[in-house]
Design a protein around this ligand. Structure first.
Ligand code: FAD
Ligand code: NAD
Length: 469
C-alpha cells in the first residue's frame, strides 16, 4: 500500500470500476474499496448481467414452442431451472472475475470492506474480521450506487416477497407472481418468470407502464405484453401483503383514494420493483458535510465535485438515469477530470434499453417532452411488418420512430420496439452524438436485408418519404 493514493474510489460497480481503470490508465495511483465479496457492483452481481442471462435463457425456452412455424418440429421444451440458474451464476462469475483481472492488470489496489469517509482525503475501511484500515488520497470518488426502494408496510424477505435480487434466484417457478411496479425491472423479471410458466399480474400506481418512455411506445408495448399473457392493474396500489397463509394475499386499491373498494390478489411470490434509491448509508457524509438533494442523491457540480473539495460522486448515487452505461461514462469523465483533462458526458444521447421480447430501445427526447418544450418536430415511423428480414425471422412486431426538428431536420429522439432494438439504437445514438439529421440517416446505406433498414426508412419518413411503405 502506498503512503497516499491519487484517488480512492468507493464502490466497484460500473461507475467505480470503470473510473478506477481509466484513472489507472491515465497514470494515477488508485485504490477501490468494495463491501461485497466480488467486484462489479449491482450491475454485474445482482442486476444487468444475471437478469440478461435469465432473459436470454427464458426467451430461448419460450421460442422452442414457436419453431413449428419455421418447419422445425420439436417436442415441447422442458425446464431444467437449476441449470438455467447455474448459467446465470456462471455468467456473473466470469464477469466479476474479469473485473478482478482488470484491477490486477492496471495495478489497482482493491480493499474488501465498508468505506467511511473520515475527512477529505481520508477513508476508513471496516473489514469483515473487525479490523479497520485507514487510506489516504488526494481525491475520493463516491460510487456507491443504489438499492431497491422498499414498499412501506411490506417486508421483503427475499423468499416469498422479493426484490430484484430474490427474483433472480427463485428456486422454483411461482404459480402466481404479482409484480409491484411496471418499470424496467418489473417488466424484465416478470417476463422471465412468465416465459417459464408463471401467471404474472403487474400492479402499477400510474395509469401507464414504463413512465418516462414515449407514450406510443409504452401503449403498444403494453398490448404486446398482454398478448403474451401478462395482466396489468394500472392506476392501482398495493396496500398490504398478508403472509399468514400458504398463499400470499395482496391487497390492492385504486391509486386515487375512494374510487373503488379494495380487492385481493393471490400470489406465491410478490416482486417489489418500485424503483431504486441512492445508497449513502454508512459513508459518513453528514460528518464531513457532503450535501444531498431532496431525493437523498449526492449533490455534485458539472465536474462531479460535491460541495466538499476533493470529494466527488458518480453513477446511481447522483442525479440522472440509473443506468450502468451512464455510470461508466461518468467514471471515465471523472478519471479524466482528476488527471487534468476535460471529462464530459453527453446526457442528451444516453440510450436506454428494456431487454424484454420484443426489446425497447430509446434515446433522446420523447414526443411528450418535445411538446412540453414547445419544439416543432416531425415524426417518421416505420413498422417492422414492412421489413423483409423481419418477415423472414417472424419478428414483425414493433416499429421505429424518429423525431426530428421540423426546421433543422436534426434528429432529436429515436424509439424502437422490436427484436434487436437494443443493438439497432446505437446508430441513432452515434448520429445524435454528431448532431446528425434525418436526411443524414436516410441517405446512409444500410445492408439489405437487415432489421436496421427500418431505422433508415423511419429517418426517410421523417425527412421526406419512406420507400417501402
Ligand atoms: P452499483 O453498481 O450499485 O455499485 C455500487 C457498489 O458500491 C456496490 O458494489 C456496493 O456494494 C458498493 N458500496 C456501497 N457502499 C459502500 C461502502 N460504504 N463501502 C464500500 N462499498 C460500498 N442498468 C443498465 O444500464 N442496463 C441493465 O440491463 C440493467 N439491468 C438491471 C437489472 C437489475 C435487476 C437492477 C437491480 C439494475 C439494473 N440496471 C441496469 C441498473 C444498474 O445496475 C445500475 O445503474 C448500475 O449498477 C449503477 O452503477 P454504480 O457504479 O453507480 O453503482
Ligand atoms: P422504475 O423507476 O423503472 O419503475 C418503477 C415503477 O414502479 C414505476 O412505473 C412507478 O410508477 C411504479 N411505482 C412506484 N411506486 C409504486 C407503488 N407504490 N405501487 C405500484 N407501483 C409503483 O424502477 P425499477 O423497475 O425498480 O428499476 C430501477 C432502476 O433500475 C431504473 O431506474 C432502471 O433504470 C434501472 N434498471 C435498468 C434496466 C435496463 O436498463 N434494462 C433494467 C433494470 C433496472
Amino acid at each position: 500500500m502506498p503512503d497516499r493514493y491519487d484517488v480512492i474510489v468507493i464502490g466497484s460497480g460500473p461507475g467505480g470500476y470503470v473510473g478506477a481503470i481509466k484513472a489507472a490508465q491515465l497514470g494515477l495511483k488508485v485504490a477501490v474499496v468494495e463491501k461485497m465479496r466480488t467486484y462489479g457492483g449491482t450491475c454485474l452481481n445482482i442486476g444487468c448481467i444475471p437478469s440478461k442471462a435469465l432473459l436470454h435463457a427464458s426467451e430461448r425456452f419460450e421460442e422452442v414452442g414457436h419453431l413449428g412455424k419455421l418447419g422445425i418440429k420439436l417436442d415441447a421444451a422442458s425446464l431444467d431451472l437449476p441449470t438455467m440458474l447455474g448459467h446465470k451464476d456462471a455468467t456473473v462469475k466470469s464477469n466479476v472475475d474479469g473485473v478482478a483481472y482488470l484491477f490486477k492488470k492496471n495495478k489497482i489496489d482493491g480493499y474488501t470492506g465498508t468505506a467511511t469517509i473520515l475527512a477529505p482525503g481520508k477513508v476508513a475501511v471496516a473489514k469483515a474480521d473487525g479490523s479497520t484500515e485507514t487510506l489516504e488520497a488526494k481525491s475520493i470518488v463516491i460510487a456507491t450506487g443504489s438499492d431497491s426502494t422498499p414498499l412501506p408496510g411490506v417486508t421483503i424477505d427475499e423468499e416469498r416477497i422479493v426484490s430484484s435480487t430474490g427474483a433472480l434466484s427463485l428456486p422454483k417457478v411461482p404459480g402466481k407472481l404479482v409484480v409491484v411496479g411496471a418499470g424496467v425491472i418489473g417488466l424484465e423479471l416478470g417476463s422471465v418468470w412468465r416465459r417459464l410458466g408463471a401467471e404474472v399480474t403487474v400492479v402499477e400506481f400510474l395509469d401507464r407502464i414504463l413512465p418516462g418512455m414515449d407514450n406510443e411506445v409504452s401503449r403498444q408495448f403494453q398490448r404486446m405484453l398482454e398478448k403474451q399473457g401478462v395482466a396489468f392493474k394500472l392506476g392501482t396500489k398495493v396496500t398490504a401483503v398478508d403472509t399468514s397463509g400458504k398463499t400470499l394475499k395482496v391487497t390492492i386499491e385504486p391509486a386515487k383514494e375512494g374510487e373503488a373498494a379494495a380487492q385481493t390478489l393471490e400470489a406465491d411470490i410478490v416482486l417489489i420493483a418500485i424503483g431504486r434509491r441512492p445508497y449513502t448509508e454508512g459513508l459518513g457524509l453528514e460528518a464531513v458535510g457532503v450535501e444531498l438533494d431532496e431525493r437523498r442523491r449526492v449533490k455534485v457540480d458539472g465536474h462531479y465535485q460535491t460541495n466538499v473539495p476533493g470529494i466527488y460522486a458518480i453513477g446511481d448515487v447522483i442525479a440522472g438515469p440509473m443506468l450502468a452505461h451512464k455510470a461508466e461514462d461518468e467514471g471515465v469523465a471523472i478519471a479524466e477530470i482528476l488527471a487534468g483533462q476535460a471529462g464530459h458526458v453527453n446526457y442528451g444521447a444516453i440510450p436506454s434499453v428494456v431487454y424484454t421480447s420484443p426489446e425497447i430501445a430509446t434515446v433522446g427526447k420523447t414526443e411528450e417532452e418535445l411538446k412540453a418544450a414547445g419544439i416543432d418536430y416531425k415524426v417518421g415511423k416505420f413498422p417492422f411488418s414492412a421489413n423483409g428480414r423481419a418477415r423472414a425471422m417472424l419478428a414483425t412486431d414493433g416499429f421505429v420512430k424518429i423525431l426530428s426538428d421540423a426546421k433543422t431536420d436534426r434528429v432529436l429522439g429515436g424509439h424502437i420496439v422490436g427484436a434487436g432494438a437494443g443493438e439497432m439504437i446505437h446508430e441513432i445514438v452515434v448520429l445524435m452524438e454528431f448532431a446528425g439529421s434525418a436526411e443524414d440517416l436516410g441517405r446512409t446505406t444500410h445492408a439489405h436485408p437487415t432489421m436496421s433498414e427500418s431505422v433508415k426508412e423511419a429517418a426517410l419518413a421523417a425527412w421526406t418519404k419512406p420507400i417501402h411503405l
